[in-house]
Design a binder for this molecule. Structure first.
Ligand code: 4NP
Length: 157
């Protein structure tokens, strides 16, 4: 089982979108049985809440299902996931300050898409502030394509 965790600040905008889109792409590729996919926020303000209405609207418009609730990232996640993907550099440094990732690969989510020339930057701007959920979806979708390609290479899937 390949365990993948997406992490942002609130776990209501970016990381639940990435979780939903990545699960969708994994399912479409017929690889669902190989993956366990979740998301979390470094902050705890929205624990238990549904995703932001902007995230839910963007997912709905693109026919991607999502029914998750926000939870907070814990240091235990460092030992339970194989790939931990941070939406921005601030999230990444919070994750790395929480403990030592023994076996997990901890990366900026967009680094794989940036390496493949699909996107310019390596951070997903926060739509909580920008309100650009359409742009977020576009970046998340490209990021998930590149991440899935990378993981498939790593695991010969
Ligand atoms: P997210 O966006 O990290 O993409 O879920 C945010 C959601 C909530 C807050 C900040 C960012 N907040 O400050 O409550």
């Amino acid at each position: 089982m390949i365990r993948v965790l997406f992490v942002c600040l609130g776990n209501i905008c970016r990381s639940p979108m990435a979780e939903a889109v990545f699960q969708h792409k994994v399912n479409q590729a017929g690889l669902g049985r190989h993956f366990e996919i979740d998301s979390a926020g470094t902050g705890g303000w929205h624990v238990g809440e549904r995703a932001h209405h902007g995230t839910r609207a963007a997912l709905r418009e693109n026919n991607v299902a999502y029914d998750g609730r926000a939870r907070q990232f814990t240091r235990q996640d460092l030992t339970e996931y194989d790939y931990i993907l941070a939406m921005d550099k601030s999230n990444l440094s919070t994750i790395l300050r929480s403990g030592y990732p023994e076996d997990a690969e901890v990366e900026l989510f967009l680094s794989f898409a940036a390496q493949r020339g699909l996107v310019d930057g390596d951070e997903v701007p926060d739509p909580w502030y920008t309100d650009r959920f359409d742009l977020t979806f576009d970046l998340v979708s490209k990021g998930c394509d590149a991440l899935l390609a990378y993981i498939r290479e790593q695991h010969n899937l």
